[in-house]
Each structure stands twice: as C-alpha cells, then as structure tokens.
Design a protein around this ligand. Structure first.
Ligand code: A2P
Ligand code: 11C
Length: 342
C-alpha cells in the first residue's frame, strides 16, 4: 500500500527535514508533491535519486493527495488546509493555525495517538518546545499525576526558520570579523525592533500577550493541557532564544501529585517510548543539543529531587526541534495512522 504525499513549505527549515525523513524512513510513497510559494516554483529537489520540481501551493494542489504535511506558516495553513481536506487528504499541520481548535486533535504519538485516530481531516502538530516536554513527562504523568510545571527554555534559532539560522551565522561571522552585525529577523521578524542573537540570549520568542507572557510561553501552557486532556495541570514558562542552531533545551521543574521514588522515576523515563535517559553526572553525562541534533528521540537528564518540595523534581530535556519538535512528530503521526488503519 502506497500513498500520495504533499509537503507544503518544502523549501523551509522544517519542510526540508520532512523530505529527508520521508526518504530515510522509506515512507510508503506513491507520489511526492513538493509545494512552496510562487518564488520557489520550478526549482528542483532530489528525492530518492529523482528530481522533483517544486510547485506553487494553491487550493487545487491537493487532488489525489492522501497526506498533506503543512509547515509553511499559520496563514498558509489557514488558507489551504481546508482545500486539502476537501480533496480527501489528511492534513498534519505543523503550524499553530488549528492547535486549539476543539475539532482538531493536537497530537504527540507517545502521549495521545488515540486522539489522532478520531480526526476530522486535520491533525495539529504541537509547538516544538511543548512536544519534547510532554513526551518526557508522559510516563510521570501516568504514574504519579502532575500538579504543576515550571519550565525555562533555551531554544535554537532554527525554530524561527531558515532566515533566523542565516542571521545567527552571519552575525557571528561579522562580529568576529569586526563588522557591525545586521539584525532583521529575531526575536520576531514582523516587529520593528530586532535584537542581536549572536553571543546573546533573548527572553522573547513570538510576540507578547496581554498577561506579560509571550505566545510561545502560552503555547506551552495551553498545548500541554490539551495534549494531556487535563486542564488542572498548571504550567508557567519562560522561553528564551539562544545562539544554538539545532536543538531546544529545557530546564523543567515539576511537582507531582504523589510521592515518588527517584530510582522509579529514572526507570520510567528509561523505559518510555521515544525517550533516552542520559543521566550520569559523575561522568558529566547529560543531554546536549549538539548530541541531540539529527536524532529522533527526546533526551532527559539532570533528574533530581527538589531541595524543598517533597514532590518536586527537576530535569533537563533536550531534543532536535526540527525533528521530534516538528518534522519527525508529523511524519510519525502519518506512520502511526497507516499502522492503525491497515
Ligand atoms: P518559499 O521558500 O518559496 O518562500 P521557513 O520556516 O524556513 O522560513 O520556511 C517557510 C516555508 O514556507 C518555505 O518553504 C516557504 O516557501 C513557504 N511559504 C512561505 N509563504 C508561502 C506561501 N504563500 N505559500 C506556500 N508556501 C509558502
Ligand atoms: C520557535 N517554537 O522555536 C518556535 C517555532 O508554533 O510551530 C514553532 C512555532 C510554532 O521559534
């Protein structure tokens, strides 16, 4: 059994990873359609040794498509996802366009694949910083329950797309060469003020909401509740952009509902699907963004008891934001749908 697959945003940081994953995973593809803006139409991409010509994404691009993987920004998803569904495709959308829509399941396969099976045409992929956190916390949520989470993130520039990657590299080079760095993309391209990311840490990802938290921070709050299907989980987040290209790192403090045994917590993490425990402080072994780059798993380490709260627990969670945080979670949902339906 093979499927027609479309990638929307095929030239983007996430889209390119989707294409590579479809090839590496030997996804059962009949025909691959690569869609982007009109600017990219006519360029070619090599897939399994064959050149595929990029096409402009339009409402009519989806005839015969079984899976449409969207990662071209929320406005493109809002404009085109329903056309893909109209043509009979299952849309797996990596943008924030439909995540909080009650008719759209928000899915991390390790956590709530059952929700995906009940889709109405669109399945949403959560934000990268949410995905790695909930994947790691799932075994603890199931065993002990979770009262609250306080998370601080250290996020890679690739989360903001190819232009942000270029900006970090250009600024780093320019500063070393004694030139004035150009700041045009971060923290948020469309805002008038931009900050240098090279040799810096910017405590703003996405725009601010009225409560003083940014949208990225509120995504972690709202998406976590939706994925766990539990509004009682309290989440507070501070999201920070750092000069790393690939891999988001997170300092996560969690208060469990029940008393826990630290050895059991580590054993649960070690045995959880998609999680790798890297936690040997005496040998300086802990998750690093550089080690997580290119890997599909979520890496957890620095697991330790809080000094004061009896049910408090700290950990360090790292994953490749373009893979488990985006392209892999999307392709994984498609793989799981195929497994469940065949
Ligand atoms: P293009 O390269 O043609 O502009 P990133 O997240 O790395 O910035 O990538 C954004 C992706 O979204 C790119 O593949 C980009 O294609 C695509 N894109 C941007 N605008 C549109 C649009 N109006 N229609 C379809 N794809 C778009
Ligand atoms: C970042 N987490 O690192 C963002 C990127 O809602 O899909 C993903 C934005 C989103 O900038």
């Amino acid at each position: 059994l093979t499927f027609n697959v479309a990638v929307v945003g095929a030239t983007g940081a996430v889209g390119q990873q989707m294409i590579q994953l479809l090839e590496k995973r030997n996804f059962p593809i009949k025909q691959l359609k690569l869609l982007a803006s009109g600017r990219s139409a006519g360029k070619t991409v090599t897939f399994k040794g064959q050149e595929i010509v990029l096409e402009e994404a339009t409402p009519d691009s989806f005839a015969g498509v079984d899976f449409a993987l969207f990662s071209a920004g929320g406005s493109v998803s809002k404009e085109l996802a329903h056309h893909a569904v109209r043509h009979g495709a299952v849309v797996i959308d990596n943008t924030s366009a439909f995540r909080m829509d009650p008719d759209v399941p928000l899915v991390v396969p390790e956590v709530n694949m059952d929700a995906a099976l009940a889709h109405n045409g669109i399945i949403a992929n959560p934000n990268c910083s949410t995905i790695q956190m909930v994947a790691a916390l799932k075994p603890l949520y199931d065993r002990f329950g979770i009262d609250r989470i306080i998370v601080s993130t250290y996020q890679a520039v690739s989360g903001a797309g190819q232009s942000a990657i270029n900006e970090l590299l250009d600024q780093s080079r320019d500063i070393l060469d004694g030139k004035e760095p150009q700041c045009n993309v971060l923290p948020v391209g469309k805002l008038p003020v931009h900050h240098q990311i090279a040799y810096n840490a910017i405590p703003q990802i996405d725009v601010f909401t009225d409560n003083g938290f940014t949208y990225e921070e509120m995504k972690m709050v709202n998406e976590t509740k939706k994925i766990f299907g539990d509004d009682t989980v309290l989440v507070s987040a501070t999201c920070v952009r750092i000069p790393v290209v690939y891999g988001h790192s997170e300092s996560v403090y969690v208060e469990l509902k029940q008393d826990y045994d630290l050895a059991e917590v580590k054993a649960l993490l070690e045995n959880a699907p998609g999680i790798v425990l890297v936690d040997v402080p005496g040998e300086q072994q802990y998750p690093l963004a550089t080690d997580a780059t290119g890997k599909l798993e979520v890496f957890v380490g620095r697991v330790r008891r809080d000094l004061h709260h009896p049910r408090g627990l700290h950990m360090w969670i790292v994953s490749d934001n373009l893979l488990k945080g985006a392209a892999w979670n999307t392709v994984q949902i498609a793989e799981e749908l195929i497994k469940a339906r065949v």
